[in-house]
Design a protein around this ligand. Structure first.
Ligand SMILES: Nc1ncnc2c1ncn2[C@@H]1O[C@H](COP(=O)(O)OP(=O)(O)O)[C@@H](O)[C@H]1O
Ligand SMILES: O=C(O)C1=C[C@@H](OP(=O)(O)O)[C@@H](O)[C@H](O)C1
Ligand SMILES: [Mg+2]
Length: 172
């Protein structure tokens, strides 16, 4: 039986923020992949990319995703690139229902620009265009990887977590 819930989706859609609130609401543990990587390396994600390279980061990501197979009753907030690696998706599928969080490009842009140096893949001259391109490359993979999708359009975290809770508890 699948006892975990994995949150997937593009950078800035709200996986980390929603995961934390939802876990409290439905009495589950919360595990954030990026946070775990930062803790282990004692470095921020952008520092790891810069000093050790994306390949190093992706290897760590895969290693930790494997470790998640022993978890239960946990909401796992993935990074936006996690499930692009087929091994990661197959691993998550063994023990977690998968919820895709999506929102508009404008919302993503607004949200990631609150912390413009946090996401190494979006540090460039034209972040809006980069989001558009990456999202276009990835959108089908996200859609094909999830059990259900929710749209995080507004500012009300209580509302969006209620929506996920309802689908997760009643339909999964
Ligand atoms: N429903 C929402 N309304 C307003 N801001 C939100 C909402 N969901 C997320 N955010 C904000 O968007 C930013 C990115 O959210 P985050 O949880 O880090 O996204 P992700 O983990 O998917 O990259 C944060 O500043 C967060 O507070
Ligand atoms: O989409 C991606 O490839 C990435 C998303 C980030 O996580 P968030 O989706 O939580 O921003 C983080 O893992 C890293 O910057 C790479
Ligand atoms: Mg996150």
């Amino acid at each position: 039986m699948k006892t975990n819930l994995a949150l997937i989706g593009f950078m800035g859609v709200g996986k980390t923020t929603i995961g934390k609130v939802l876990a409290k609401k439905i009495d589950m543990n919360f595990f954030d992949l990026d946070y775990e990587i930062m803790k282990r390396e004692n470095m921020k994600v952008n520092e790891i990319f810069k000093e050790k390279g994306e390949h190093y980061f992706r290897n760590l990501e895969e290693e930790i995703i494997k470790e998640c197979e022993t978890m239960s009753n946990t909401i796992i907030a993935t990074g936006g690139g996690t499930i692009l690696n087929k091994n990661n998706l197959l691993s998550l599928r063994k023990h977690a229902n998968i919820c895709l969080i999506s929102t508009s490009i404008d919302n993503i842009y607004k949200r990631v620009m609150r912390r413009p140096n946090k996401r190494p893949l979006l540090i460039c001259k034209d972040t809006y265009e980069k989001i558009k391109k990456l999202l276009n490359d990835r959108k089908d993979i996200y859609k094909n990887s999830c059990d259900f999708e929710v749209y995080n359009k507004n500012e009300d975290l209580d509302e969006i977590t209620d929506i996920i809770k309802k689908i997760y508890i009643e339909e999964m």
